[in-house]
Design a protein around this ligand. Structure first.
Ligand code: KG4
Ligand code: ZN
Length: 339
């Protein structure tokens, strides 16, 4: 089965063609990073306008590089939640139009759920279940119990910032570029992770929730002083140490929460997806974990449409499809509506 996937939840316009839910025939991602970099974050209005301009060229390119015509597609999948409403609407409208015009099934997919599924792309590896899933990205930091990839339950989430958001904010505090995650990751490799003991927010003993705002504030005080007026006077070696120490705190907290979740769910493996799953510190820390740990290939860590098409294939083969009046929804099915 050939599924065309469309992803426009945030600031990447992406389309992909995936065969049988696993083999990626094309994976086109048009990044808007340059448009948002000067604001050090995604500006929703700019994002939706760019999606309008990019969506048709990106879909066309994904079909061309897969070597398939529109008529050969068996289904059209779209990430319809969660995300920025203006961004979601562009992808959802494009997908509905294509599905209607081609007379093919439409499948609405949860973007966060698809980040978990991304570990299954391009691999035949069997994932022992139940698994604990961690989605760590710019918009989400949450833990799931995965009974199978159609049975996913939210078991913990962040009370404030997402971990990727903390990376981006700490990069801004340090006067580095956007997005901050890959830059801090690079600097952290050259710094001393034990140079500064930043706080690790573990919350109560059993808690599977996360909190990163205290860590971020602690970095701010360390860099700018408690009065908040001091100019940053760190040398490049000190910046590398802050990056490494901040990363060590993030990795410690993520690792500890995964350990707790594994114990509480009697899990047999761990699945990690989302932009921060590209992090070298997290990847190397998890190498020593007591259970098998599955990460996506690097190109499927950050937002992409291959994971949308892949999960849609599984949904479709289990009889799920969406109506042509599918809504764009800003929150995840697995999180509380208030989030
Ligand atoms: O999954 P994603 O593309 O978008 C969301 O769904 O949010 O994740 C983007 C986030 C950004 O915050 C970015 O800084 C972070 O992932 N990120 C990283 C790394 N690569 C991307 N964070 C830490 N280390 C990395 N290597
Ligand atoms: Zn994402």
């Amino acid at each position: 089965m050939l599924v065309l996937g469309i992803e426009t939840t945030c600031d990447e316009t992406a389309a992909a063609v995936v065969v049988d839910g696993i083999r990626v025939r094309s994976n086109v991602v048009s990044s808007q990073v340059d448009l948002h970099a000067r604001y050090r974050g995604v500006v929703p209005e700019i994002a939706s306008r760019a999606h309008i301009e990019n969506i048709l060229p990106v879909v066309t390119e994904s079909l061309q590089s897969a070597g398939v015509t529109m008529g050969e597609i068996d289904a059209v999948a779209v990430a319809h939640r969660p995300g920025l409403i203006g961004s979601l609407l562009i992808g959802v409208t494009a997908a509905k139009t294509l599905a209607w015009a081609l007379g093919k099934p439409l499948i609405g997919v949860d973007h966060v759920h698809a980040h978990l599924y991304s570990v299954r792309l391009e691999t035949d590896a069997q994932i022992p279940l139940p698994a604990v899933g961690l989605v760590c990205s710019g918009g989400h930091t949450a833990l799931y119990r995965i009974g199978d990839f159609l049975d996913v339950q939210l078991i913990g989430s962040t009370l404030d910032d997402a971990v990727g958001e903390a990376y981006d904010k700490v990069a801004a505090i340090l006067g580095l570029g956007y997005p901050g995650g890959p830059i801090i990751d690079g600097l952290a490799r050259e710094g001393n992770p034990a140079a500064i003991r930043f706080p690790r927010s573990r919350l109560s003993r059993e808690s599977l929730d996360f909190s990163f705002s205290g860590l971020k504030t602690s970095v701010l005080y360390h860099v700018r002083g408690y009065q908040g007026r001091e100019e940053m006077k760190l040398t490049s070696a000190e910046i590398r140490d802050v990056a490494a120490s901040f990363q060590a705190a993030c990795v410690d907290v993520l690792g500890e929460k995964i350990r707790r979740a594994v114990e509480q769910c009697s899990a047999r493996s761990v699945v990690i997806g989302g932009g921060v799953s590209a992090n070298s510190g997290l990847r190397s820390a998890m190498e020593k974990f007591s259970l098998p740990v599955f990460f996506p290939e690097m190109k499927y860590c950050t937002d992409n449409a291959a994971m949308i098409a892949g999960l849609a294939d599984l949904l479709l083969s289990n009889g799920r499809r969406s109506p042509l009046d599918l809504d764009a929804i800003t929150y995840s099915q697995f999180s509380h509506a208030a989030n």
